[in-house]
Design a protein around this ligand. Structure first.
Ligand SMILES: [Zn+2]
Length: 460
C-alpha cells in the first residue's frame, strides 16, 4: 500500500524522481513486483482489462491486440461485469472469439470486494519482507561461511572486515591495481613481498605467526586450500562456547593484521607482533567470557577454553527421573502419543491400552513436517480421530510435548512405547496400524504393563 501511494499513480509507475535514496530504489522494483504478481478479481474497478495479468498473461499479449486499438475498447475489468456476472459485449465477442473462454474461467466474488494484487511466489499471495528478500537473493549463491562470521559476541565492525576479506573487497595493493590504480606494491608488514590479499592475511610472516599460534592453542594442524576452509574450524563437533572462541580468534587475527598494516603504511608505526598477539588474546577472551553459549563436559573443550583464558560456561546438569506408566481407570482407554525426528523426516505414533494395560492397537504415520510441535500435534489429532472412529468416549491422552500438553491441559508420563512406534513411522509411506504389540516395542510395553519404572534423562 505504501509503495502504491509513493510510486504508483492510477496503477502506472510515476515518472518523476522520488526524492529519497530508499524510495527511488524501491521504485525500480515496481515492474518486478508487477511481473511476478497477478490480479484477483473483486469488483474489477482497479484492473486494466487488457494490460494487467488477471486471467493468465495480459489479454493484450494473449490476443495480440495492438495498443493503438485499445483506446477504442472498454478499459477496466468492471466494464464487462454486470450484476456480478460476466457480460462481454457482442462486438468484443465477435472480434476476439477466444476472449470468452479466458474470461469465463475466472469466478466473480458474490460480494462487492476490491480487487487484490496477488504475489505468485507464496501460497497465501502476500508478499512479506522475508519473501521479498528470498526472491532477490536467489541470484546469489549461498555462502557456506555466511552465517559463521556473525555473532552477537563479536563486534560487528570486526566481522565486517572478515566479510570483506572473504569477498576480496579489501583495498590491498592487488585489488587497487585491479581497479586501475597504478602503484608499486610492497607488503608493509614484512617489506619483502608485494602485497596481495592472500599474502597479507595468510602468507606474510607477521600473519603466519598468528595462525601458528592458533594452531598451537587448538593443538591441531591448520591446513587450508582456500579462504573458506578457515571457517571449517568452527564447524567441527565442538561446543557452542568453543565455537565462539575459535570464531573470535580467526576474526580478531584478521583485524589485528589489517590494523598493523594500516598503522605501518599510513602512520609509520612499526608492526609489533607481540603487542598484536596480546590484543588478539584479550579480545578473544572478552568474546569467550561474554557469550552465554555453553561448553560441553569434554576435556577437549576444557583445554581449548583454558588455552584462550576463557572461563568455561558449564553445561546444564542433567538428572534421572523415574517414570512409571499408569494404566487408565476401568472403562477408559489410554493413548500415549509420541514423535520421532531425523534431519529429513518426522513421524507421529499412538498406542492405545486399556485399564489392564493390554495392547488394543497402535498407529504410526510419517509426516511432511519438520516441527516437533506439529508432529506431536498430528499424533494427538490422529489419536482423537482414531478413538472417535472406534467409539471410545473415555480417552486419556499422554504426550511428551509440553506445548501440546499445555494446549490440552493434560498430564504426561511414560511415553517410551509411543516414541518407539514413532521411530518406526519414520520409514513408512502411509499410516500403519497394529492390532498386536509390535516386536520393536515389546520390552518397554512389558515394563509398562508390569509397573516397572524406566528412567529418563531430564535437563534442568
Ligand atoms: Zn608480508
Amino acid at each position: 500500500m505504501i509503495l502504491k501511494s509513493r510510486a504508483l499513480r492510477n496503477g502506472i509507475m510515476v515518472k518523476h524522481h522520488i526524492f529519497s535514496s530508499l524510495w527511488s530504489s524501491i521504485k525500480q522494483e515496481v515492474h518486478v513486483i508487477i511481473s511476478n504478481a497477478s490480479w484477483k478479481v473483486g469488483n474489477g474497478q482497479s484492473i486494466n482489462l487488457w494490460m494487467d495479468a488477471w486471467c493468465g498473461n495480459s489479454l493484450a499479449e494473449t490476443l495480440n491486440i495492438h495498443t493503438s486499438v485499445l483506446i477504442w475498447l472498454p478499459k477496466k475489468v468492471s466494464d464487462i461485469i454486470h450484476n456480478q456476472h460476466w457480460l462481454i459485449p457482442h462486438y468484443l465477442d465477435s472480434l476476439y472469439p477466444t476472449l470468452k473462454n479466458l474470461v469465463l474461467q475466472i469466478d466473480i466474488p458474490v460480494d462487492d470486494v476490491p480487487d487484490s494484487l496477488i504475489w505468485k511466489g507464496t501460497d497465501n499471495g502476500l508478499l512479506c519482507l522475508k519473501d521479498a528478500y528470498e526472491f532477490k537473493r536467489r541470484q546469489y549463491p549461498k555462502l557456506s561461511w555466511g552465517k559463521v562470521i556473525w555473532s552477537k559476541d563479536i563486534q560487528p565492525s570486526r566481522s565486517l572486515l572478515a566479510w570483506r576479506i572473504m569477498l576480496n573487497k579489501i583495498p590491498t595493493d592487488d585489488n587497487l591495481r585491479e581497479r586501475g590504480c597504478n602503484l608499486t606494491s610492497m607488503c608493509s608488514l614484512c617489506n619483502s613481498n608485494i602485497e596481495t590479499m592472500f599474502h597479507l592475511f595468510f602468507e606474510c610472516r607477521f600473519a603466519f605467526g598468528f595462525w601458528c599460534w592458533l594452531a598451537t592453542s587448538l593443538d591441531m594442524i591448520i591446513q587450508f586450500q582456500s579462504l573458506e576452509d578457515i571457517w571449517s574450524l568452527c564447524n567441527r563437533a565442538i561446543s557452542a562456547q568453543c565455537r565462539i572462541v575459535i570464531k573470535a580468534a580467526i576474526i580478531n587475527i584478521m583485524y589485528a593484521v589489517w590494523i598493523a598494516r594500516n598503522n605501518a603504511r599510513f602512520k609509520n608505526i612499526k608492526p609489533n607482533w607481540n603487542s598484536s598477539l596480546a590484543w588478539i588474546v584479550v579480545n578473544v577472551m572478552l568474546s569467550g567470557n561474554h557469550t552465554n553459549s555453553l561448553a560441553s563436559a569434554s576435556i577437549r573443550d576444557f583445554t581449548i577454553l583454558k588455552a584462550f583464558k576463557v572461563n568455561l560456561n558449564p553445561p546444564k546438569p542433567s538428572f534421572l527421573r523415574e517414570v512409571i506408566w499408569q494404566p487408565p481407570p476401568p472403562q477408559w482407554i489410554k493413548c500415549n502419543i509420541g514423535g520421532a525426528f531425523t534431519s529429513s523426516a518426522a513421524a507421529c505414533a499412538g498406542l492405545f491400552r486399556n485399564s489392564s494395560a493390554d495392547f488394543i492397537c497402535g498407529f504410526a504415520s510419517r509426516l511432511n513436517t519438520s516441527s516437533a510441535f506439529s508432529a506431536e500435534l498430528y499424533g494427538f489429532i490422529n489419536a482423537v480421530d482414531f478413538a472417535v472412529s472406534r467409539g471410545w468416549n473415555n480417552l486419556w491422552i499422554e504426550s511428551d510435548s509440553e506445548l501440546v500438553v499445555k494446549a490440552y491441559k493434560s498430564a504426561t508420563e511414560g511415553n517410551h512405547c509411543a516414541d518407539g512406534l514413532a521411530k518406526l513411522g519414520l520409514n513408512l509411506n502411509s499410516v500403519l496400524i497394529w492390532n498386536d504389540v509390535p516386536v520393536e516395542i515389546r520390552d518397554s510395553f512389558d515394563s509398562n504393563k508390569h509397573g516397572k519404572p524406566c528412567f529418563r534423562v531430564v535437563h534442568s
